[in-house]
Design a protein around this ligand. Structure first.
Ligand code: FE
Ligand code: FE
Ligand code: FE
Length: 166
């Protein structure tokens, strides 16, 4: 009989999911920064690229805490979300609405991450992994802060740039 899959298996699987996602996001953010027209949006993407490096390191620490080697597992959700971002880059290149589209695409990424880190933090609590809770919470706060600042920028770029053509 196969071993039962318990919450620690689920925690490990989901950790691999977000580890894969973060590494894809790390590669996507410079492209989004290059594409953004507003200097502020560009700077926000560059800042979050640097933060993402730290988030990957935190995940590596969580793997270590559960005695596993850091390993990713394909996340079709983030692949799809990032693909939509690429579409915006291609289809709205040079257009007034480009930045509004990029900010929205980036927020979709943050929302996926907030969902994952929220779940992982709760499961770490359930599993009594205190140090992992602190690491996951630090990243959750960073993703939430990023989402909020993107909301502010989204309003700005939508109001200034996207309407210019009207
Ligand atoms: Fe992240
Ligand atoms: Fe996923
Ligand atoms: Fe993020």
């Amino acid at each position: 009989m196969m071993a039962e899959k318990t919450l620690d298996n689920l925690f490990h699987d989901t950790l691999k999911d977000i580890y894969y996602a973060e590494r894809k996001i790390l590669k996507a953010l410079p492209k989004m920064a290059r594409g953004a027209q507003s200097p502020e949006l560009k700077a926000a993407f560059e800042l979050h690229r640097d933060e993402t490096e730290g988030q990957i390191e935190r995940l590596q620490q969580v793997f270590e805490l559960i005695g596993k080697r850091p390993q990713g597992k394909t996340c079709p959700a983030i692949d799809g979300i990032l693909e939509e971002g690429e579409e915006i880059l291609e289809e709205f290149k040079g257009e007034p609405a480009l930045d509004a589209g990029l900010a929205a695409a980036a927020q979709a990424v943050e929302h996926y991450e907030i969902s994952r880190y929220g779940t992982l933090k709760r499961w770490a609590q359930n599993l009594g992994l205190k140090d992992a809770v602190a690491l996951l919470d630090a990243t959750l706060q960073e993703e939430t802060k990023t989402d909020k600042s993107l909301s502010g920028l989204a309003d700005k770029v939508a109001n200034v740039k996207a309407k210019k053509a009207a």
